[in-house]
Design a protein around this ligand. Structure first.
Ligand code: SF4
Length: 264
């Protein structure tokens, strides 16, 4: 076992003891200092449930590489304000051999709490879209540009969009994920995902439905599911579905009559 993984295992065990046992773990000051130096991101506040949730790939090296990136992400403090406010990092989830990779902007409150991207209402809609395309959620890969929830002032509700600087800082992790997974198609969900991946800023009504390329991989731009929750019009939902049919065509997947007539 590599040192970062061993350290991660020790930290997880300590967090379990702290959260689930009447006897809280004790450690000498020198032991704490040594741990602190090895993992500067971890404080007593954010020492909790780092979730290593990599599915097994056909090629074990792929699984190992993704786990190594996730381990680095889980202790990342490049954005100090986000590292200190997050509950945990939200790396990504799904099949490391996925043909499609869906990329959104950043974890929200639900994702920050659960350690998995797209688990709130927008996530449920994304899962519905994935199923309508003929895939199980576990067959695709889902990630965000940012691995930490953008901080919001204490006591305020809702989520904020990531800043360009935060996206730029976190982007290399996503680049590594894409490089390891090698999807056949990337779907960029919303304007922040487009900006984070392509550096392009424009209204989504001009961008969506267009094929672009990200380092040689075809990339389809469509609306973020959260936009569809805010704008329930059938025409906007249909646009997203038409974008997804373009993705199916690009992957040479058969599209049934039922799918062609489908409205989200
Ligand atoms: S957002 Fe990304 S770069 Fe910033 S602290 Fe989190 S993992 Fe690190």
């Amino acid at each position: 076992m590599q040192f970062p993984q061993a350290l991660e295992t020790v930290l997880q065990a300590l967090a379990r003891m702290r959260d689930g046992s009447a006897h809280r773990p004790c450690a000498s000051r020198s032991a704490l200092d040594a741990l602190d130096q090895a993992a500067p991101a971890r404080t007593s506040e954010n020492l909790r449930k780092p979730k290593i949730n990599i599915e097994v790939a056909k090629d074990p090296k792929k699984t190992e590489k993704l786990a190594a990136v996730q381990t680095r992400v889980s202790v990342c403090t490049k954005c100090p304000n986000l590292a200190s406010s997050r509950t945990q990092t939200v790396f990504g989830v799904g099949n490391p051999d996925a043909e499609i990779m869906f990329i959104g902007e950043a974890p929200g409150a639900d994702e920050d709490a659960q350690g998995e991207p797209f688990v709130g209402r927008a996530g449920q809609l994304l899962t519905k879209i994935i199923k309508a395309m003929g895939f199980a959620r576990a067959q695709v890969y889902i990630a965000n540009i940012l691995k930490c929830r953008p901080d919001v002032p204490a006591g305020s509700f809702g989520n904020r969009a990531p800043t360009p600087r935060e996206m730029q800082t976190c982007r290399p992790y996503l680049m590594e994920q894409i490089e390891i997974i090698k999807p056949k198609v990337i779907v960029a969900l919303g304007a922040a995902a487009v900006e984070g991946l392509l550096g392009t800023r424009a209204p989504m009504r001009e961008l969506r439905g267009r094929w672009e390329f990200f380092n040689g991989t075809p990339l389809m731009i469509t609306y973020h599911p959260a936009y569809l929750l805010r704008n329930q019009s059938a025409s906007e939902k249909r646009k997203v579905w038409e974008d997804m049919m373009q993705v199916l065509e690009r992957l040479d997947k058969p599209i049934s009559e039922k799918q062609r007539n489908y409205f989200l």
